[in-house]
Write a protein that binds this ligand. Structure first.
Ligand code: HEC
Ligand code: HEC
Ligand code: HEC
Ligand code: HEC
Ligand code: HEC
Length: 434
């Protein structure tokens, strides 16, 4: 079987030396042929079939608005993000900025990420770099898939759909089974064929697109595996993805039908585009362990996520910026750490840049390696301790530490538009060695 090839696009630059690169997130790591023996051929994943049932002749290309005619509140959440605080900042592209999906006129909210998966200019540009422009379709435009089993060692790629890509991740993408029925968590009487599947309320439902390949702690595209192995497995929490990302409310699921009120999941899926979501992920503690030294200890605790932070795409990053100021507010020294998923199954490192040039996915591999070694994401429940000792004389100072989330660590480092401050701590520090 041919290994899947990662792909990407480079956009250049208006202003050298800045390379503004778009990078896909779901890239499979392709080892260099010369560097490693060819692995034994694995059985090819069973291709998912497009449902051809009379009820849904267009399969997962069935527009969400058609389901929304009856499931109005769910559609409003999915299509407008109604009830969320999501926003899509503009991002740097070709040395400039690219337009972001705008909220509907006259409203304060923005669509869910699943709804914009086919229209958000960012993934569209990224995917245009694909060979045959097809390889990225798998999760952004999937065919009906069977929900994977919990214990699987490796999550296969979903089969792609080429029709109606602007529709993105439709209702049918998640709800239509390969047999052509609509799966849901309850036994219901509906005007379309349905099947109850209790895994709809479990993390396995999200696994297909939110994980790729085998578990490699530190690597990108591991969200489901991080949840399973780091969070649920050791018993850190009982929440499934839905419990955090699809909070429930009491209502009818189909407003005009004669059906009971149920606990229904809000179809919002807030993530990196939501201040509420990001703000709940990490805690930061700063302390000065010894009075005779100016050394500080920074503790970063994952208290709110059921997986690593940042999770998912290797483009996401969190920066911890620390600096020390004197009594007049002058900055004397500073230090920065970056926390981000690795592009491939080993830490990003400049040492691989030469080797990367031979790779089919050289652009993606090189932009990650060019940033050099950095901190891996903070795993579920983990407390990461960092230390820094600025060289200063005895006296009174202020240490300031800021946590900053960045939607795309590869863009122009001067571009602030896609960053968000998560927290800021100010610690008065007195060094008295005598
Ligand atoms: C295994 C499924 C999967 C594959 C394959 C995949 N993606 Fe994604 N993609 C996702 C998921 C899930 C997200 C949501 C973000 C996350 O997990 O951090 C995402 C997010 C993105 C984003 C980020 C949008 C933003 O908000 O910044 C871009 C761009 C993107 N994908 C492009 C690509 C490209 C280009 C490819 C092909 C090289 C690709 N994707 C292949 C699942 C996938
Ligand atoms: C059919 C594939 C697919 C399935 C199934 C799926 N997702 Fe996604 N998800 C994606 C893709 C692709 C994106 C990125 C879309 C984009 O930004 O263009 C995404 C984005 C997200 C985001 C938002 C990230 C951001 O950047 O704001 C969250 C949160 C999320 N998904 C959670 C879930 C949860 C929870 C489930 C299970 C109930 C789930 N997803 C099921 C493909 C999927
Ligand atoms: C003509 C109106 C109508 C249309 C169109 C429609 N549905 Fe439904 N659907 C219903 C009704 C009524 C129910 C039963 C609701 C209940 O008992 O709570 C239902 C049930 C469901 C359920 C199961 C709910 C549960 O609680 O488990 C899901 C999932 C669902 N629909 C998804 C969809 C999707 C996806 C589409 C589009 C492909 C769609 N529906 C189109 C009326 C409709
Ligand atoms: C990313 C996957 C995904 C997409 C896209 C999606 N759903 Fe759902 N849907 C779910 C999951 C997961 C649940 C079960 C939530 C739970 O545990 O209560 C669900 C539940 C439902 C239910 C049953 C009510 C409930 O929450 O128990 C209905 C009806 C439904 N969805 C309709 C829709 C419609 C209509 C759309 C499009 C506008 C849509 N869904 C898009 C994943 C999705
Ligand atoms: C205990 C609550 C909790 C659980 C359980 C949980 N998450 Fe999250 N999730 C968070 C928090 C907090 C963030 C924000 C921090 C981050 O982006 O890593 C987040 C962020 C995300 C993002 C955004 C990544 C991006 O690039 O924007 C995705 C996608 C996501 N989660 C998917 C999932 C999936 C899939 C599951 C289940 C396998 C899951 N989450 C389980 C709390 C949770």
């Amino acid at each position: 079987m041919r290994a899947s090839v990662a792909a990407l696009v480079v956009f250049f630059f208006a202003r050298p030396p800045f390379l503004v690169v778009l990078l896909g997130c779901g890239l499979a790591w392709t080892p260099l042929a010369s560097a490693q023996p060819t692995p034994p051929a694995a059985p090819a994943p069973v291709p998912a079939v497009i449902a051809s049932s009379g009820d849904f002749p267009r399969g997962t290309a069935t527009p969400a608005a058609e389901c929304g005619a009856c499931h109005r509140a769910i559609f409003r959440e999915y299509a407008q993000g109604f009830g969320s605080d999501m926003s899509y900042p503009r991002m740097a592209l070709r040395g400039g900025e690219h337009p972001a999906p705008a909220p509907p006129a006259g409203s304060s909210v923005a669509a869910s990420a699943h709804a914009v998966a086919g229209t958000d200019p960012w993934p569209i540009h990224a995917r245009e770099a694909e060979e045959e422009k097809r390889k990225c379709n798998v999760c952004h435009f999937p065919r009906p898939f069977a929900i994977p089993e919990r214990g699987v060692a490796e999550i296969a790629k979903p089969a792609p759909r080429s029709e109606a890509q602007a529709e993105g991740i439709t209702c049918a993408a998640c709800h239509l089974t390969p047999e052509g029925r609509i799966r849901g968590p309850h036994a219901v009487q509906a005007p379309h064929p349905t099947v109850v599947d209790e895994r709809m309320s479990r993390s396995e439902m999200c696994a297909f697109c939110h994980a790729l390949g085998k578990r490699v702690p530190g690597k990108q595209t591991q969200t489901y595996l991080e949840w399973r192995d780091d969070f649920a497995g050791p018993g850190l929490g009982r929440q499934q993805c839905q419990d955090c990302h699809m909070p429930r409310t009491l209502r009818k699921t189909a407003e005009d039908a004669d059906v009971p009120v149920r606990a229904v999941a809000r179809h919002l899926w807030t993530g990196g585009h939501s201040g509420q979501r990001l703000g709940s992920a990490l805690s930061l503690v700063v302390l000065q362990p010894r009075r005779d030294r100016a050394g500080v200890e920074l503790h970063l605790l994952n208290v709110g996520a059921g997986h690593s932070v940042p999770t998912g795409s290797n483009r996401r990053a969190i920066f911890l910026r620390c600096r020390i100021l004197d009594g007049r507010g002058k900055v004397l020294a500073g230090r920065e750490w970056m926390f981000a998923p690795w592009y491939g199954p080993r830490p990003d490192d400049r040492a691989f840049l030469k080797e990367d040039e031979q790779r089919p996915d050289r652009v993606a591999a090189m932009q990650a390696d060019a940033q050099g070694p950095h901190e891996a994401p903070i795993r579920a429940g983990e407390e990461r301790v960092l230390s820094w000792e600025p060289k200063v004389r005895d006296g009174s100072y202020t240490v300031e530490a800021r946590l900053i989330y960045d939607l795309n660590r590869y863009d122009d480092p001067r571009f602030e538009g896609d960053r968000r401050e998560l927290s800021r701590i100010v610690l008065p520090l007195v060094k008295a060695s005598r």
